[in-house]
Write a protein that binds this ligand. Structure first.
Ligand code: ACO
Length: 385
């Protein structure tokens, strides 16, 4: 009887849309008002007044650190930031052959080889692995950028903060103070975002009592897709192909006619302007004034036409629309945009995996069976038509 009830089509929530499957204190997305909170702090406040290390601590510990805790956490991240020669070799071996997200997935998975506690599921071991992953993520992604460009890998500099160090290792120079603030802010606004697809992936993996390396490898694989983290690089390529504001209308109607989605627009939760896109738009505008091309003007025209056409249906720019312009202006290659997303989101992935593991229940949803209920007669292979 219960099977019949559970197989009722009205119970179906494709993509688990709207299904509440966990409780959390880490962060909250208010999709109707366009607000995002980490541990009770509004994203705008954190973007303006905090930094990535503090935000990472907040996500992991549920409170902002005092000075002592902050210094201890920064020191721990710096101490664990170096990657081994073997990880560097893997990155160099794969560079140029596959997408950087595939290199990242492999490198992170390999890290477990170097960790004696890799298959432990005890919470303290998972925490140690998580902290190590947060520390190493910028080093790995920066190394991928360098190797992809045939350049030498740069080691972490303990005198630099998380965002500046990442920029330095990837681009081989130090950012100016404005670029450093922009890099830091981009990492803050991407650090966590509810039970999105990649975070959910990490949580499903950790719910089986697998280790943190497995959970983060799952998350990276999920972030890769164009409907999730991969949208930023496609959004930039779309703007570059438009070239100038005069071409936007034609390109958008072509896309519409072909049934193509406009990358960097729409969101499963936000049906108003994404608050993260609002923050990043100001920085994109800053670079727009300095760039020689018409990329920002093209983005503005795209936003205007898209909101006119789809705004009433709740389709607005999302975080990926402006992040691409920023990363491109900072000097990163386009295929590094999604790995940069991972550098930021690693804190959210680890925090939410640990939170879920501390009150674990194996994820196991059901599917509505719509196939033949039989029982069918089995026909031997030689007798089948
Ligand atoms: N361009 C054109 N039409 C769109 C877009 C878009 N970007 N997004 C949604 N729509 C339309 C759909 O075609 C659909 O129309 P229909 O009802 O006529 O069939 C309607 O809006 C609803 O679409 P859904 O896919 O049901 O909406 P959902 O809330 O699931 O979509 C998603 C969210 C997947 C992000 C979608 O907006 C999309 O594909 N956007 C482009 C990819 C993108 O930018 N992804 C990044 C998301 S943010 C992040 O992951 C960090």
């Amino acid at each position: 009887m219960s099977d019949v009830k559970n197989n009722n089509e009205s119970d179906l929530r494709k993509g688990l849309e709207g299904v509440i499957a966990a409780e959390t204190k880490i962060g909250y997305v208010n999709g109707t008002e366009g607000k995002l909170f980490y541990g009770g702090y509004e994203i705008q406040t954190l973007a303006e007044q905090s930094n990535y290390e503090e935000v990472s601590y907040l996500l992991l510990h549920g409170k902002l650190p005092d000075r002592n805790e902050y210094e201890k956490y920064c020191k721990a991240l710096k101490e664990k930031a170096t990657i081994s020669k073997n990880v560097e070799k893997i990155i160099e071996e794969m560079a140029g052959k596959v997408h950087p997200m595939s290199i990242l997935r492999t490198a992170v998975s390999y890290l477990s080889v170097e960790d004696k506690r890799e298959s432990e599921s005890a919470l303290d071991a998972q925490k140690e692995m998580g902290e190590s992953l947060i520390a190493k993520m910028p080093t790995i992604v920066a190394a991928i950028q360098r190797a992809d460009q045939g350049k030498d890998i740069i080691k972490p500099d303990p005198d630099l903060n998380y965002a500046t160090n990442f920029y330095h290792m990837a681009l081989g120079k130090n950012p100016d103070p404005i670029e450093s603030k922009i890099m830091d802010t981009a990492l803050i606004v991407h650090a966590d975002h509810g039970m999105n697809a990649s975070t959910f992936s990490a949580m499903v993996t950790i719910s089986t009592m697998a280790d943190m390396y497995s959970a983060i490898t799952s998350a990276i694989s999920t972030l890769k897709g164009p409907l999730h983290g991969g949208a930023n690089e496609r959004a930039l390529k779309m703007l570059q192909s438009m070239g100038s504001p005069e071409n936007v209308e034609k390109k958008l109607s072509e896309m519409h006619e072909n049934g193509e989605r406009v990358m960097g627009f729409g969101h499963r939760v936000y049906k108003v302007y994404d608050p993260r896109a609002k923050i990043l738009k100001k920085f994109a505008e800053y670079f727009g004034d300095r760039r020689k091309d018409k990329l920002f003007a093209t983005a503005m025209k795209t936003e205007e036409l898209m909101i006119n056409k789809y705004g009433e249906r709740g389709i607005f720019p999302n975080v990926d629309f402006y992040s691409g312009i920023i990363y491109d202006s900072l000097g990163f290659s386009t295929d590094l945009f999604t790995p940069i997303f991972a550098v930021a989101r690693i804190s959210g992935w680890v925090a939410r995996s640990l939170e879920y593991a501390s009150n674990n229940r194996l994820f196991r949803p059901k599917a509505n069976y719509i196939g033949d209920r039989g029982p069918l007669k089995y026909v031997a292979i030689q007798d089948r038509e």
